[in-house]
Design a protein around this ligand. Structure first.
Ligand SMILES: [Zn+2]
Length: 482
C-alpha cells in the first residue's frame, strides 16, 4: 500500500516562498555543494522526494537534510529550512534513494560484447572461464571495476554487490570511485585467476573481512560461485565466514535447468536443499538468479531468510526459457532485489533498464498486466535490494538515520514530461542517462552527469588498452573450443 503526500497547496504558499528566500540567500549554492565534504551538511531542496518508506511517502517540493554522511531530516514543502546550510537545488528533479545492484561481476565490463548469443554453459565453459584464466590480473580487475563503478554511479546505482577475483584491487577501485560496494573473497572449485584453490582463497579471507569491517563504503562480503563449480564443503566454509562477520554471502543459484541434476549428483541434494543443509539460507545470503525453484525451495528460502537477486536481462539474453518466480517469491515474503549480472551477459549496468524489463517480463509470463506494478519494481531496486544484502538499516530509502546515498533524476526532459506518477516514470520511462547527481555517504560523486572522484576520460583510455589482448586471447580460446 502507498499514498502520495502531495503538497500542492503549500507549493503555492509560504513553504515555497521560504525555500526561495533561502535559495537566493545562498547564491553560491552549487559551488558550496560541489565542495561539500563527506561529513558536511547539505540541503537538497525543491525536488520531489521519493522516500521509499513503508508508507510510500512522496514529498513534492520537499527537502532532504544531509549531515555527517547521513540523512538528518526530511522536510515537506511548508517546513522551515535550516539556515547556513549549503543548498543543492533539486527543482524539476526526482530525489530518490540510490539504486542497489544486488549481483554482478564488475570487471567483466572489459569483456562486454565479446561473446554474445550463446547458451549459458557454452558461454561460461568455452569462452568466459578459459579467457578469464589468461586475462584476469590485478590491473584488469582494478580498471574494469573502476569503469563499471563509473557506469553505475552515472546511471543511479550507489551500491553494488560484486562477485569476482582480486578482491583488493576491486575494493580499491570502488573506494576510488566513491561507490558503495559489497566485495570479498570468492571461492570457485578450479584454479581461478587470483588463487589456485578455494583453500587458498579462504586462507587469508578473514584478514580481508577484518580489514574492511568498519569501512564507510566498502562492505566486506563472501561469495561462492555456485554448487555446480564448487565443492559443497568450500561453499560451506565461505558461508560460515560470512556468518562470523555478519556479512553478505553471494552464490549463483538455480540459474540453469541443468544445475539441479548436477547438484544432486555432487551432493545428493537439490541446489536450495544443499544450501539449506549448510545453514546458508540466512539473511544476507544473495541467491543470484533463482529461476528453477520448486515450491519446497521457496518455503526453505522464506524460512531461512535469504534473499533473491533477480537478473531478468541476463537471463533473457542467455535464453533461459523461464522467468524467476518473482511474484511467488514476493508473496512468500522473500526479499527480492534486482541485479544486472556482469556486463558480458547483459550488456549494460543500467538498473533503470533492468526495472523496465522486470516489470514487463512478469506481466508477460503471468499473462497479467497487474503483475509487478511499477512501485513494486522500484521497491525491488531500492529497499528490496537493501534487504537482500541485509543492509536495509543503512541504505535503500531516504529515511532519517540512514546513510545519505541519494540520486537526483532530471525530469525536465521530453521523454519525462508531463509527470503523473513518479513510479511509472522511474520504471517505464526514465533511463540511467537522466540521472544528474549522485551522493554516496553524503558525498557528491556525480554532478551534472559527471563523475567527480575519478577522471572518466583516463579510465576509458586505460580500459581501451585492454582491447587488443582481450581480442587475441578470446579468439584463440574460441578457436581451441571448436
Ligand atoms: Zn553472475
Amino acid at each position: 500500500m502507498s499514498h502520495a503526500v502531495t503538497q500542492t497547496a503549500a507549493r503555492a504558499g509560504g513553504g515555497l516562498l521560504l525555500a526561495g528566500i533561502l535559495l537566493s540567500a545562498c547564491s553560491t549554492s552549487s559551488d558550496a555543494a560541489d565542495a561539500a565534504p563527506e561529513d558536511g551538511r547539505l540541503l537538497i531542496d525543491g525536488g520531489t522526494v521519493v522516500v521509499m518508506d513503508d508508507a510510500g511517502t512522496v514529498l513534492e517540493g520537499g527537502a532532504v537534510l544531509v549531515d555527517g554522511g547521513a540523512i538528518a531530516a526530511l522536510l515537506d514543502a511548508e517546513a522551515a529550512r535550516p539556515a547556513d546550510v549549503p543548498v543543492l537545488d533539486a527543482t524539476g528533479q526526482l530525489v530518490i534513494p540510490g539504486l542497489v545492484n544486488t549481483h554482478g561481476h564488475a570487471a567483466m565490463s572489459l569483456l562486454r560484447g565479446l561473446a554474445d548469443d550463446l547458451p549459458l554453459m557454452t558461454w561460461l565453459n568455452e569462452h568466459i572461464f578459459p579467457a578469464e584464466a589468461e586475462l584476469v590480473d590485478p590491473d584488469f580487475v582494478y580498471w574494469g571495476t573502476l569503469l563499471s563503478s563509473i557506469e553505475m554511479l552515472k546511471s543511479g546505482t550507489t551500491t553494488f554487490a560484486d562477485m569476482y577475483y582480486f578482491r583488493d584491487e576491486a575494493a580499491r577501485a570502488t573506494i576510488d570511485a566513491g561507490i558503495r560496494a559489497v566485495i570479498g573473497p570468492h571461492v570457485i572449485g578450479f584454479p581461478a585467476p587470483d588463487f589456485a584453490s578455494p583453500a587458498e582463497t579462504l586462507s587469508d579471507a578473514a584478514e580481508f573481512m577484518e580489514r574492511y569491517r568498519d569501512h564507510p563504503t566498502l562492505i566486506p562480503g563472501m561469495a561462492a560461485h555456485s554448487l555446480y563449480t564448487t565443492p559443497l564443503d568450500d561453499v560451506r566454509a565461505a558461508a560460515q565466514l560470512a556468518i562470523e562477520y555478519d556479512a553478505p554471502f553471494q552464490v549463483h543459484t538455480a540459474e540453469d535447468a541443468s544445475e539441479s541434476a548436477t547438484a544432486t549428483e555432487l551432493t545428493g541434494m537439490g541446489v536450495v536443499e544443499a544450501l539449506a543443509s549448510i545453514g546458508a539460507l540466512r539473511p544476507g545470503t544473495v541467491l543470484a538468479h533463482s529461476i528453477y525453484l520448486t515450491d519446497e525451495d521457496i518455503e526453505r528460502i522464506a524460512a531461512g531468510g535469504a534473499g533473491v537477486s533477480h537478473n531478468p536481462q541476463s537471463n533473457l539474453k542467455l535464453g533461459i526459457p523461464r522467468a524467476a518466480p518473482v511474484v511467488e517469491l514476493l508473496a512468500a515474503g522473500i526479499a527480492v532485489g534486482l541485479g544486472t549480472d556482469g556486463a558480458a551477459s547483459n550488456n549494460d549496468l543500467d538498473l533503470f533498464d533492468e526495472m523496465d524489463t522486470a516489470a514487463k517480463l512478469h506481466k508477460f509470463t503471468n499473462a497479467d498486466p497487474t503483475a509487478l506494478p511499477a512501485e513494486a519494481v522500484f521497491r525491488m531496486a531500492t529497499m528490496g535490494g537493501a534487504r537482500v544484502l541485509n543492509l536495509h538499516d543503512r541504505i535503500g530509502s531516504l529515511e532519517p538515520g540512514k546513510r545519505a546515498d541519494i540520486v537526483l533524476l532530471d525530469t525536465r526532459r521530453a521523454g519525462l514530461t508531463p509527470l503523473y506518477n513518479v513510479y511509472s516514470h522511474l520504471v517505464y520511462a526514465a533511463r540511467g542517462s537522466d540521472v544528474s547527481t549522485a551522493l554516496v555517504n553524503g558525498r557528491i560523486v556525480v554532478r551534472d552527469g559527471r563523475v567527480l572522484m575519478v577522471d572518466e576520460q583516463e579510465v576509458m583510455e586505460r580500459a581501451h588498452t585492454f582491447r587488443d589482448r582481450v581480442r587475441e586471447v578470446v579468439a584463440r580460446v574460441a578457436a581451441e573450443a571448436r
